[in-house]
Design a protein around this ligand. Structure first.
Ligand code: GAR
Length: 202
């Protein structure tokens, strides 16, 4: 019987969510999955250093200067070469087309730094999400892990965790707390859940 689901992680930046998955795996908690590759849409990002330090193979498929189709074909090539079965978008800042998401239906998960359906969809990424939450004046925000389909942040929700907004929060302090209290917890836990479910189906 198959023991592990091959997991590829797509990144574009600092990679703290990738680190949370690496640590979770090192602690023996990613029982149903194995990280087989980290693919970055940008060269020279710290996420690649984190992957190398953890001895995970890496690849760079730059978004810049390519059509959507060329970009996605580049990623698909990398995913096929490592036989990826589940894909994690961990701070991956490009939108994927229906053509791509249909190929991995219920096998792509994303972490979003807000409680979907608030502050999500096109244009809501990274710090912008927290700026919008503070501008609106919400008292509670959080993070969501969801399946990825062709609608930006529109796929089925897997896990959510709420985080209180403090009066003196800036977008930066709020981002940090949402990461620490929510994202770094629910992303690895959701990944294990999804891999475990897939293993049962195989
Ligand atoms: C995280 O907060 C993640 O939720 C967000 O970008 C940050 C990446 O940080 N992703 C999005 O906004 C996607 N819509 P990281 O590179 O340190 O994991």
């Amino acid at each position: 019987m198959k023991k592990n689901i091959n997991v590829a992680v797509l990144v574009s930046g600092g990679g703290t969510n990738l680190q949370a998955i690496i640590d979770f795996s090192a602690e023996g908690k990613l029982e149903s999955g194995k990280i087989v590759k980290v693919i970055s849409s940008k060269a020279d990002v710290f996420a690649l250093t984190r992957a190398k330090d953890a001895e995970i193979p890496t690849a760079v498929v730059e978004r810049k200067g390519k059509t959507q189709e060329e970009f996605e074909n580049g990623i698909l090539e990398q995913l096929e070469s490592c036989k990826a079965e589940v894909i994690v978008l961990a701070g991956f800042m490009s939108i994927l087309s229906k053509n791509f998401t249909d190929k991995y239906k219920d096998r792509i998960i994303n972490v979003h730094p807000a409680l979907i359906p608030s502050f999500c969809g096109e244009g809501y990424y990274g710090l912008k999400v927290h700026e919008a939450a503070l501008a609106y004046g919400v008292k509670v925000t959080g993070a969501t892990v969801h399946y990825v389909n062709e609608i930006a942040d529109g796929g089925e929700i897997i896990m959510q965790k709420a985080v209180k907004v403090k009066e003196k929060d800036t977008p930066e302090t709020l981002q940090k707390r949402v990461m620490q209290e929510a994202e770094w917890k629910i992303l690895p836990a959701s990944l294990e859940l999804v891999c475990k479910k897939l293993l049962k189906e195989i």
